[in-house]
Write a protein that binds this ligand. Structure first.
Ligand code: F3S
Length: 402
């Protein structure tokens, strides 16, 4: 791989030992994938922020990098993925002091390196919004699928450490989805059912990911009516499989280029019965002791919608709503946080249930409107799925109606 003089200097320790180590990691990765050069990146999203996932080994790696002077490259917009708790309201979640102490150390190490913004899986709603065609390095599967597909930015499926390396060096190797020829669809998905809601878009993404985990799907016959719908589709497809880019005919920015060139692609037909089967994996009859909304993190519009649905009543069970710091701040200004408090619901920032210390929290059955959350949570507890309005109604009534 060809490196510029500046990149050679970086590799040889010109910006310190930590930056050199991280540059070496990117060079090795680039060589592995036969990249011809490095690309400059203007936007990075770093995952691996929850102590629940990092453990002590991850914490000491971050503290080591911070103590060796790793610093975010100037002119790179950087955001962090959610942590294992609301950094301020962790006591309300029932998180132990021991976990909180370690999680705060993780955040402190990131801060020392210049990463302090975000703590969300929707960085595009928190000021990190790449333009069409921009080369970026994003981790967090749901966010990077959204960035590639809906924004038309270009990123590979980065890990926490490779994204951090890009934040510090301002570079990413030129391979995979950065290259024009690798962005064409590899699968034609013919949707032969009316997809009526955001959670059904999640079902569509979930089915695609399950059956064709590595594909670049081209969806025909579906209309995504909201950004929340794209969030549901992106997050579900990226969790049951490893889908990092998809196209929706007539909607996503690169779809038009491929419209006339779909002959010969493998086909996947999705009918109403298939969507129903996806829901059957997370049945409602198991009940719930927590309703969780906000995977991916809720937008302000969706929070307003939920508050209107609650309409001044009190919830009977536990209702947790997760959002970004940026949206939380707007919600505070609009009086929404107060309204949720009065309703007995918990509005959290910086975190989500999936990356929180589940065992400490003690929940056994969770009802959610997110296929991604249900998919991951079902590894450690019982998860069931319903539409957002069914979820809100269930929280108000203490039981879920099919
Ligand atoms: Fe975000 Fe957590 Fe879901 S990080 S996409 S809310 S699993």
């Amino acid at each position: 791989m060809e490196l510029t003089k500046e990149e050679e200097a970086l590799l040889n320790g010109g910006r310190g030992e930590a930056a050199a180590k991280l540059m070496r990691l990117l060079v090795v990765l680039g060589e592995l994938y036969e990249a011809d050069r490095m690309l400059k990146v203007s936007s990075v999203h770093v995952s691996g922020v929850s102590y629940q996932n990092l453990g002590d080994a991850g914490l000491s790696l971050l503290e080591d990098l911070a103590s060796k002077g790793a610093k975010v490259r100037r002119n790179v917009r950087v955001t962090l993925n959610p942590a294992g708790m609301d950094l301020e309201g962790w006591r309300l979640m029932g998180v132990s002091a021991g976990f909180a102490e370690r999680q705060l150390r993780v955040y402190e190490a990131f801060k020392q390196m210049g990463l302090r913004e975000g703590l969300t899986c929707t960085p595009y709603e928190a000021g990190n919004l790449p333009a069409f065609g921009e080369h970026v390095a994003w981790a967090e599967s749901s966010a990077l699928a959204y960035a590639n597909s809906v924004l038309g930015a270009r990123t590979n499926r980065e890990s926490g450490i490779t994204a951090l390396a890009s934040a510090i060096t301002g570079r990413t190797p030129n391979y995979g989805l950065h290259l024009e020829e690798n962005r064409r669809p590899t699968l034609l998905v013919k949707v032969e059912a009316e997809v009526k809601s955001e959670v059904e878009l999640g079902a569509l993404g979930y089915l695609t990911g399950l059956s064709y985990g590595e594909a670049i799907p081209y969806y025909q016959g579906v209309r995504v009516k909201s950004l929340e719908g794209f969030k549901a589709l992106s997050s579900a497809a990226a969790s049951s499989g490893a889908i990092a880019l998809y196209h929706v005919e007539g909607q996503t920015p690169e779809a038009e280029r491929f419209k006339e060139n779909l002959r010969g692609l493998e086909r996947f037909k999705v009918e109403r019965d298939d969507l129903k089967k996806a829901f059957e994996k997370f049945p409602l009859d198991v009940g719930f002791d927590l309703v969780f909304l906000g995977c991916p993190h809720l937008s302000l519009e969706k929070l307003v919608w939920v508050a209107e649905r609650i309409g001044g009543r009190r919830v009977k069970g536990e209702l947790w709503l997760c959002t970004s710091r940026a949206v939380y701040q707007r919600a505070l200004e609009l009086g929404l946080t107060e309204a949720f408090k009065r309703a007995g619901a918990l509005l959290l920032r910086d975190t989500c249930l999936v990356v929180a210390p589940l065992r400490e929290l003690g929940f056994k059955k969770v009802l959610t409107d997110s296929f991604k959350a249900a998919h991951y949570l079902s590894g450690s507890l019982e998860a069931s799925l319903a539409s957002t309005s069914q979820c809100v109604r269930a929280a108000l009534e203490g039981r879920v109606k099919p």
